[in-house]
Design a protein around this ligand. Structure first.
Ligand SMILES: [Zn+2]
Length: 151
C-alpha cells in the first residue's frame, strides 16, 4: 500500500474543500487552467483539511490539492484504511470498471488510460452508446471502481 492516488472521484477525500478543483483541473481546457480556474489551493492544512501526496521527483512529496511541497516520501505512508473500499476488488481495472454496470447495458472496455501506477481511467461504452470514464484505483494488488463520469 505505497501508492499515491488522485482524489478524483468525489467519494474519497469527501469533505475536502479543494477536492472539486483537483477533480476539475485535468478536465478543463488548458487556457482556462492558465487563467487560474481551478488552481490548487494554498495549503490544505490552513483550511483544516489534509494533504494527498504524490511522488514529485522521488525525493519530495507534492499535494494534489494544494501548492505545498515537502521533502520526504510521504506518498509511501500507508493509505488510511478507512479509505480502502469494501469488497474483494478485481484483478484488472477493466473488471472493476465493468462490475458497476448492469448486464443489460452490455458494457465493454474501450481502453484503459493509465494516470498513475495505481490509478487509471477505464473508458467504457455501452449499447446503446453512452461513453463513460470509470475511475479505478489499485489497493495492494486489487482494483476497485471509485467513481465515474460521462466521457
Ligand atoms: Zn495539500
Amino acid at each position: 500500500m505505497n501508492d499515491a492516488w488522485i482524489a478524483a472521484d468525489g467519494r474519497l477525500d469527501r469533505g475536502h474543500p479543494y477536492r472539486w478543483r483537483t477533480w476539475l483541473r485535468p478536465r478543463l481546457p488548458k487556457w482556462l487552467v492558465e487563467l487560474g480556474v481551478a488552481r490548487k489551493g494554498r495549503d490544505c492544512e490552513a483550511v483544516n483539511a489534509w494533504h494527498r501526496w504524490y511522488n514529485r521527483d522521488d525525493a519530495n512529496s507534492a499535494c494534489y490539492h494544494c501548492q505545498i511541497v515537502e521533502p520526504g516520501r510521504h506518498w509511501e505512508v500507508p493509505v488510511d484504511t478507512e479509505l480502502v473500499p469494501s469488497g474483494a476488488g478485481f484483478v484488472t481495472p477493466g473488471e472493476a470498471a465493468l462490475e458497476s454496470f448492469p448486464k443489460a447495458a452490455h458494457a465493454r472496455v474501450l481502453w484503459v488510460e493509465s494516470v498513475e501506477d495505481a490509478f487509471v481511467l477505464v473508458h467504457v461504452d455501452t449499447d446503446p452508446s453512452h461513453p463513460m470514464r470509470v475511475f479505478c484505483r489499485r489497493f495492494g494488488d486489487r482494483w476497485y471502481e471509485m467513481g465515474d463520469s460521462v466521457e
